[in-house]
Design a protein around this ligand. Structure first.
Ligand code: HEC
Ligand code: HEC
Ligand code: HEC
Length: 126
């Protein structure tokens, strides 16, 4: 190979490598990109959330749906806003996608939810 063709070859390899790196990462959540990743605490102490989060959301749902009472503290959209991560292109990754915040733990615990057939899985657009 001539020197020029070696340089062309190397340049093409670099472009190809960058392209394959970005295509691998598209759609994959990047650690540290959820609001929750930058905070210390949940809406209740973490140990309490770990044990009782479903009580809080179910309670909040009943208050809202049956009694029309709205508070943001335990809203499901609040969980999603804070816990959803983004992919390398800045696009939100659903909290119930495989391995993401809600489902990562539920799959492990063998819990399956029917909440996200109605509720948003990514933060709302502002
Ligand atoms: C069949 C559709 C449907 C399903 C399934 C569903 N919801 Fe809801 N949910 C609603 C509707 C409609 C409201 C009222 C929305 C409003 O008025 O803003 C609501 C309200 C709520 C609220 C209060 C408002 C908020 O944003 O926090 C919570 C909490 C909630 N749901 C949690 C859940 C959870 C947890 C599940 C799964 C166990 C679930 N929902 C499944 C339709 C659904
Ligand atoms: C303002 C941001 C924010 C909101 C809103 C929020 N969380 Fe959290 N959540 C956090 C942070 C920060 C932690 C702590 C992570 C840690 O301790 O390392 C956490 C921890 C948790 C944990 C424990 C995780 C573990 O590793 O044991 C659960 C479960 C949880 N949140 C569920 C929820 C649910 C359900 C909602 C909605 C009712 C919600 N969170 C709303 C920020 C938030
Ligand atoms: C640290 C692990 C963990 C995380 C993170 C987690 N969950 Fe859970 N979740 C559980 C476990 C374990 C149960 C089952 C508890 C039981 O039934 O005793 C459960 C149950 C639930 C239930 C009740 C299901 C039912 O059929 O009654 C809801 C609703 C729920 N989780 C919502 C969420 C949402 C929404 C998120 C994400 C914002 C989330 N969880 C994140 C571990 C987790």
């Amino acid at each position: 190979m001539t020197r020029k063709s070696v340089i062309m070859f190397l340049a093409a390899s670099v472009v190809g490598l960058l392209f394959s790196l970005t295509s691998v990462q598209a759609g994959e959540a990047v650690e540290g990109t959820a609001k929750a990743d930058k905070l210390e605490q949940c809406v209740e102490p973490t140990a309490v959330m770990r044990r009782n989060h479903f009580e809080f959301i179910k309670h909040q749902r009943d208050l809202t749906v049956h009694n029309g009472i709205r508070s943001n503290k335990h809203s499901l959209s609040g969980c999603v806003d804070c816990h959803a991560r983004k992919d390398a292109s800045g696009k939100a990754v659903p909290v119930n996608a495989e391995g993401q915040f809600c489902s990562g733990c539920h799959d492990y615990a063998a819990v399956s939810l029917d909440c996200f057939s109605c509720h948003r899985t990514v933060p709302g657009e502002k």
